[in-house]
Design a protein around this ligand. Structure first.
Ligand SMILES: [Zn+2]
Ligand SMILES: [Zn+2]
Length: 351
């Protein structure tokens, strides 16, 4: 039997360590994918911690329902190795990206194709074992998406950071006709959002980040202008340059980022929040009607959006974001670098 090597979470808030078990044999419609690359994502840090920070000392515990050792990682690209008897269309040897946001298939969200917001999710690397491993078991071939001619590390990244940015941009696409969009936060998702926005919309977006190196990277990648939200004059500078923006993505999701994002809006404007950094946000309720303001949250994206995104990026219209490759054994070091903010672009583990 093939062995399944994993960098496992064996205790919360403790470093990952290698565990080895027998590789599962796919049954029914299941597909066993041999992983080539798995991206390292900010949400892996939250799962390793066991909580999301809400505001002040408040935390959202996310340890329930997960048995340890557990395998993190949800930005997976690999090769189909073995298939169950009912896994139609999944030919061994095919290179595939894995859609990780797998739902129960039965709840109202799943029935409407929104498995990413399922009430009983089977999300890979979040609820069931994911991709910091040599292999991963997928329940059905419909979650496998061809990605050639992209490199596998980038294909995996499109299933989370790319998909999150794409779904957020779709929600403000109608605003893009009124003026440039504003992207707040230039981590992995933000840089992906910038690359996608450049390819989808005629006007290059404005960007904002507190880190000068990230602002410079964004300007080099074609942003129209870059602002430092920590600068007290930044909001006025955005308003002076644009008269107010009509669509903003908040890829940070903190009190200060959402204050900056909503404060830069024109009347009728909309902020889409994808970030999960934490904090409280308050605004006079009358501002919603008086400014005809919309604030919307979105969590990753649907399988249909993932297929749409992959078709778009395979067409070659989207410039690739930098992805740094490291061996699977350096998973913990990669997480540490991400936590310390030492990463521009994305990291992918070579498994
Ligand atoms: Zn992710
Ligand atoms: Zn469901």
């Amino acid at each position: 039997m093939t062995k399944l090597r994993r960098q496992s979470l064996t205790a919360y808030a403790a470093p990952l360590c290698e565990t080895v078990v027998e590789c599962p044999q796919p049954k029914g419609s299941e597909v066993l994918v041999r992983i080539e690359r798995c991206g390292v994502c900010h949400s892996d840090l939250h799962i390793q911690d066991g909580y999301f920070k809400l505001a002040g000392d408040k935390r959202l515990d996310v340890t329930a329902g997960r048995t340890l050792p557990f395998t993190l990682g949800h930005e997976i690209a690999g090769v189909i190795e073995r298939t169950g008897p009912d896994a139609e269309g999944a030919a061994p040897g095919r290179n595939v990206a894995v859609f990780p946001w797998i739902g129960c298939g039965a709840c109202p969200a799943c029935r409407h194709g929104e498995e990413n917001i399922c009430t009983a999710p089977r999300h890979l690397g979040v609820a069931v074992d994911g991709g910091f491993a040599s292999h991963v078991l997928i329940p059905h071939p419909r979650y496998l998406i061809d990605y050639a001619p992209l490199p596998p590390a980038l294909a995996g990244a499109y299933m989370c950071s790319g998909l999150t940015a794409f779904a957020a941009l779709k929600r403000i696409a109608d605003r893009a006709a009124r003026g440039p969009l504003l992207l707040v936060g230039l981590g992995g998702v933000g840089m992906m959002g910038l690359a996608l926005a450049r390819a989808i919309f005629p006007q290059p977006p404005l960007v904002a980040d507190i880190d000068q190196a990230k602002r410079e990277a964004a300007l080099a990648a074609g942003a129209a202008a870059a602002f430092d939200p920590a600068d007290p004059g930044a909001r006025k500078a955005v308003l002076a340059a644009t008269g107010g923006v009509h669509g903003v993505c908040d890829f940070v999701g903190s009190e200060s980022s959402l204050l900056f994002a909503s404060g830069a809006l024109a009347k009728g404007g909309k902020v889409v929040v994808t970030g999960l950094i934490g904090g409280n946000f308050s605004t006079p309720v009358a501002m919603f009607p008086l400014r005809a303001m919309t604030i919307e949250g979105t969590l990753t994206g649907t399988l249909a959006e993932a297929r749409e995104l992959m078709a778009f990026v395979r067409s070659g219209k989207v410039p690739p974001i930098p992805v740094h490759e490291r061996p699977l054994g350096e998973a913990q070091a990669a997480l540490d670098d991400l936590r310390a903010g030492r990463v521009v672009g994305r990291i992918a583990l070579v498994t």
